[in-house]
Ligand binder design. Structure first.
Ligand code: SF4
Ligand code: SF4
Length: 96
């Protein structure tokens, strides 16, 4: 499938650990990427500084669903499912 222009869910819902122009430490889940424009398109699309993780992410029905809201909900669920486990005191991240 093709990316739904103006969706932007995969530029907001997931965390990105690699540097992004304007976000040298990447971005946390749920935060808009600094390169996401007001119309939810990538300001650095096709440029070398675009993170490789963005290049490798391909639209699919599983991820994108049939609406922007569905994509956001799916990506949020996937993000939560891959967050590292935390210890009971909640201040120590357990590295598996
Ligand atoms: S979630 Fe899918 S449709 Fe939405 S911006 Fe990303 S690739 Fe495009
Ligand atoms: S760099 Fe572009 S494609 Fe990657 S998360 Fe940011 S806006 Fe989206």
């Amino acid at each position: 499938m093709n990316c739904r222009r103006g969706c932007g869910a995969c530029c907001i819902a997931p965390s990105i650990s690699s540097p992004i122009p304007g976000m040298p430490h990447g971005k946390p889940a749920g935060m808009r990427c600094a390169q996401l424009t007001e119309t939810n398109t990538c300001a650095i699309f096709g440029r070398p500084e675009r993170p490789s993780v963005c290049l490798s992410l391909m639209p699919s029905l599983d991820m994108c669903g049939t609406s922007n809201e569905e994509a956001f909900a799916t990506l949020t669920r996937w993000e939560e499912a891959t967050v590292p486990s935390r210890s009971p005191c909640s201040s120590v991240v357990i590295l598996l």
